[in-house]
Design a protein around this ligand. Structure first.
Ligand SMILES: Cc1cc2nc3c(=O)[nH]c(=O)nc-3n(C[C@H](O)[C@H](O)[C@H](O)COP(=O)(O)OP(=O)(O)OC[C@H]3O[C@@H](n4cnc5c(N)ncnc54)[C@H](O)[C@@H]3O)c2cc1C
Length: 457
């Protein structure tokens, strides 16, 4: 296939070794963790901000679509090059983070893997709480662009709560710095906050300044098993209602546990599981864990293990983190949803999911961050079965409406991308949708940054 005419200009900017047009590379950058696929025309791997700026300036001048990419673990199709053009991969922008221990912040390049950042920080007694289950692969740039979170979101919030400042190449190729290194700053509009969760549609993030915390001295894990997933969800809501503040409440239903056991090849026991973790001083962990255990046993009939030894804790977390890959082995088609409801409505959401599953004849496994009200109902189907596909689309649409009816949101952490585009208007008012589109048009007048995502053009 002939190469686009601009490839020689990209080679001048980046050197031939960092510009790829071969078939294998293009295929590798045409998918993420969703069912969507689209081929880029070229993949580039810049090593610094200046190179990114020159690539985007060229793209602006010649109106070439640009798709930023981290590790491609996204679950909404955000890094799929829907309109072809250039994929800019951040993978070589991964130098050692600059840790400022005295001021509790760190400056990180976008291609640094989340777990690597955590290890650097922990070696200095510091803590970055954002812990997506994909943390061994996903990048800080991808986390900021999706406003990722994870099990600890319950106590520690999402990426948004840690971004102090950003360096970004805007859609015209200009380098802009927004936010600050201080814990407070109200100098003008909060553009950094606008860029967090913008899914690569408003610019390419080249550097991130993150707030960090002291590493908590102790952690205590409770593993509570229940006979019924709705009961477990009610128990999770009651923990919050009783003003206990674990760092984590994760839920796994029977289908998820069975899939995870078979995936990791070890038994974890329990029909439905809540993993509840407290952190802080030993005394606080002891007190809160003991109150929580009383509540789970007495009010909800849960069987609670409060002496989870380190080996079992590792096993339980392995099972939880492998939930999605494990379920992809159960059926050849898997769609993972990201519905999030106020925490008191968890059980109601699970009941609605069960009804939808029955009505549409689609199996749905449920797991997720119960402490945040963020469930990942995972729909299992046969990819080649047309009837399954039709029922799948109906079930997804009904699930979106159900979570909105309960006062929730269609995506807690995975973003809109390609996947949730049909539903964004359902959640936003017409005026809210238009404000977002107007912002996009004014910041990216030629619509080159991640076009074909989030909004219908
Ligand atoms: C098994 C599994 C478990 C997961 N668990 C969680 C979880 O617990 N919590 C959670 O929040 N997510 C989770 N995810 C989803 C995913 O890992 C996150 O969305 C993550 O933040 C994506 O990071 P990435 O580096 O892979 O980004 P990519 O997938 O490459 O990109 C994601 C989006 O960010 C944009 N982007 C990437 N880099 C940049 C940049 N430098 N500048 C501008 N835009 C950029 C892309 O254009 C795209 O829109 C999971 C995914 C998998 C496969």
């Amino acid at each position: 296939m002939s190469q686009p005419s601009y490839v020689s200009k990209l080679r001048e900017i980046l050197g031939g070794d960092h510009v790829f047009t071969d078939e294998e590379t293009l295929v590798c950058y045409s998918f993420d963790a969703t069912r969507y696929r689209a081929r880029p025309d070229v993949v580039v791997k810049p090593t610094d901000t200046e190179q990114v700026a020159r690539v985007i300036k060229l793209a602006y001048e010649e109106s070439i679509p640009v798709t930023p990419r981290g590790a491609g673990t996204g679950l909404s199709g955000g890094s799929i090059p829907a309109r072809g053009g250039i994929v800019i991969s951040a993978e070589l922008m991964n130098h050692k983070p600059q840790i400022h221990k005295e001021d509790l912040y760190v400056i990180v390049e976008p291609g640094v893997v989340t777990e690597d950042l955590q290890k650097h920080l922990e070696a200095k007694g510091l803590f970055y709480p954002i812990d997506p289950a994909s943390q061994a692969a996903c990048t800080i740039g991808g986390n900021v662009a999706e406003c990722a979170s994870g099990p600890r979101g319950l106590k520690y919030g999402t990426t948004r709560n840690y971004v102090l400042g950003l360096e970004v190449v805007d859609p015209n190729g200009k380098v802009i710095r927004v936010g600050a290194r201080t814990v407070k700053s109200v100098a003008g509009y909060d553009i950094a906050r606008l860029l967090v969760g913008s899914e690569g549609t408003l610019g390419f993030i080249t550097s991130v300044t993150l707030k960090v915390l002291p590493l908590p001295p102790a952690r205590r894990l409770l593993a509570a098993t229940f006979d019924d997933v709705t009961k477990a969800a009610e128990a999770a809501s009651a923990i919050i209602e009783n003003r206990l503040l674990p760092s984590v409440i994760e839920i796994m239903d029977r289908m998820t546990i069975e899939a995870s056991q078979s995936y990791i090849g070890k038994r974890i026991d329990g029909v439905v599981l809540l993993l509840i973790e407290f952190d802080g001083s030993e005394a606080v962990c002891d007190e809160e864990a003991s109150k929580c255990m009383g509540l789970l046993k007495e009010d909800f009939g849960g069987a609670v293990d409060d002496r989870v030894d380190p080996d079992r804790a590792t096993l339980l977390w392995e099972a939880r983190r492998s939930a999605l890959p494990a379920l992809t082995r159960v059926a050849n088609g898997v769609v993972l949803e990201d519905v999030t409801v106020p925490r008191s409505r968890l059980a109601a959401m699970i009941e609605k999911i069960q009804v939808i599953s029955r009505n549409y004849g689609i199996r749905v496994a449920v797991f997720g961050h119960a402490g945040d009200g963020n469930l990942h109902p995972t729909l299992l189907f046969e990819r080649k079965n047309r009837d399954d596909l039709k029922r799948l689309e109906g079930a997804i649409a009904e699930m979106m409406r159900a979570c909105l009816d309960l006062g929730g949101t269609i995506s807690g952490e995975h973003g809109i991308g390609l996947d949730k585009m049909p539903f964004l208007k359902l959640e936003l008012s017409k005026a809210g949708y238009e404000i977002m589109m107007n912002l996009k048009r004014s910041l990216d007048p030629r619509n080159i940054m991640n076009p074909g995502k989030m909004f219908y053009e």
